[in-house]
Design a protein around this ligand. Sequence first.
Ligand code: GLN
Length: 296
Amino acid sequence: MFSDRSTAHLTVQQLVATATGTLQPVSTTARLDAELLLAHTLNWSRTRLLAERTYMPDLSQIQVFQAFVQRRLNREPVAYIVGHRSFYGFDLLVDQRVLIPRPETEQLVERALEIAHRVWAHNHQHMRDRSIADVGTGSGAIAIALAKRLPEVCIYALDICPAALAVAQSNLVRYQLNQRVQLLQGDLLMPLSCPVDMIVSNPPYTILSAIHDDVRQHEPHLALDGGTDGLAVYRRLFKQAPQWLNPGGIVLVEIGATQATAVSALARTVFPQAQIEVYHDLAGHDRIVALQTKRR
Ligand code: GLN
């Protein structure tokens, strides 16, 4: 990308500009990527990068930066290169073992919190005896956000993949939640030992052949692959759900933008009496199916 001679006296501003040009063909966010990668290289905040535009990194720093830019050029997501990603205000460690938390999934957290407060807070049982299972927790993103915002609720974070649970564990420790959130390994809801009041999940729902190359090449297929029609995991999840949901229980799942009708119908076959709603993400796409079962 740069020859040693030409990089020896480059400023932060020039390095960002050059890397932005290099990344343009592979990234729609080339400048942001370049800034994040250089900030990570220098162990600076992005703000400092903008403030100290004329600083000249030394050659070894430039070499590290070049290696990061090269990885990005190979379409590796920035979050994996820098090793963390912000989700709902939390800075989470991420690597190839887990799906990178997406901004859309913050809507699932928002909606879960809104429903928990609306449905539980006015009830005599209140929050203390309530429980939530985050199915397919990955980095632990949803479980951590809910645990921090619902300090009285018992949270289980489930994943079939031990490697993903190791990442979730690091993130729980990072936020002093390892005593509060229980990690459980196994298929969907099977590792639970008793029913819960709310099930939340961002299950794999894509059709692998239809997704962006960057995502397919770098992120774990176990977290993405929803089978030939994208709905395979919802089918199994809803089949298991009645056994693991308390009366009046709530299920919230993230969905692909075209899956609202199909997932609602699946939910309806399993919970014929439930109240089912579809919510949009900030881009206006259908993103969440929420259902509340009847109290006995
Ligand atoms: N939102 C992710 C994507 O489009 C998919 C996440 C998932 O399958 N749960 O890449």
